[in-house]
Structures are given as structure tokens and as C-alpha cells.
Design a protein around this ligand. Structure first.
Ligand SMILES: [Zn+2]
Length: 138
């Protein structure tokens, strides 16, 4: 179990859910759904110590969950860091904090679900509701 796995299992235990929207609410993070155009998933901001997550209201259900989990990751893993906007065309960035947040997001979405005996990574992630284009982050 690496550090991210540990942080996530504690997070799920503390909040009784792996739903990023419910975790954000319990952590008193303001979540705002806004029209952020065609290319942006969302961003995290912390103004006067008040954290907020901004999510594009044009996203589908999975993208919304992923973006929420990604921005929540910044709040938990990267406090005080000025994080970039999460954009579709920079999703596969090599930026360290972005990669960490993407991996965290996928692992949070998987939650406590375990792979079954002989199940391929692909089948497992699809069963967790994760579209193929996001399997890269696992
Ligand atoms: Zn990010």
C-alpha cells in the first residue's frame, strides 16, 4: 500500500463515503458548478483560507466525479500550492502534482472495490465505472 492508498482509505473511513462531492461538503469546501467553456474540467482555489472547487457544468457524470476527486486531491495533498486548471488538453501532463491528483482521483473513485480473481485491469476499472481513456492514471 503506497501513501496515496493510505490517505484514501483513511478519507473513506472518516467520511463514510468515497463520493467526492459528499467528502467536500463534510470538509466545508464550497463546490461551485459553472460554465467553464469547452476545454476546462475545473479548478481549485483557496482565497483568504476559504477553499473552493469549481467544476464545469458541461461535464458528464463521470467527468464531474473525476474533476471533483482531482480538485479534492489538491486540497488534501497540495495545501498552499497554486494548482493549474484541469483541462482536457493537458490531462496527460507530466506535471507531478497533476499526476498525483489524477491518480488520487481514480483511486478514490475505485474506493473499496477490489479486483476479482483473474479480472484484468481493464475489466476491473470498467466495473468501477471508469471509462477506458482514464485507465492510464491507475
Ligand atoms: Zn490539478
Amino acid at each position: 500500500m503506497d501513501k496515496t492508498d493510505l490517505v484514501i482509505s483513511q478519507l473513506i473511513k472518516t467520511h463514510g463515503t468515497n463520493n467526492p462531492l459528499r467528502i467536500a461538503a463534510q470538509k466545508n469546501i464550497t463546490v461551485l458548478f459553472e460554465d467553464l467553456g469547452k476545454n476546462t474540467y475545473g479548478y481549485y482555489a483557496c482565497m483568504n483560507r476559504i477553499p473552493s472547487i469549481h467544476i464545469n457544468n458541461r461535464l458528464d457524470e463521470f467527468e464531474t466525479r473525476f474533476a471533483l476527486a482531482h480538485e479534492l486531491a489538491h486540497h488534501i495533498l497540495h495545501p498552499g500550492v497554486n494548482t493549474p486548471f484541469l483541462r482536457k488538453n493537458t490531462l496527460f501532463t507530466v506535471d507531478k502534482i497533476e499526476r498525483e491528483a489524477n491518480q488520487f482521483a481514480i483511486k478514490l473513485i475505485i474506493g473499496n472495490t477490489q479486483p476479482e480473481n483473474g479480472e484484468t485491469k481493464n475489466c476491473f476499472l470498467l466495473r468501477c465505472g471508469i471509462p477506458e481513456e482514464f485507465h492510464f492514471f491507475y
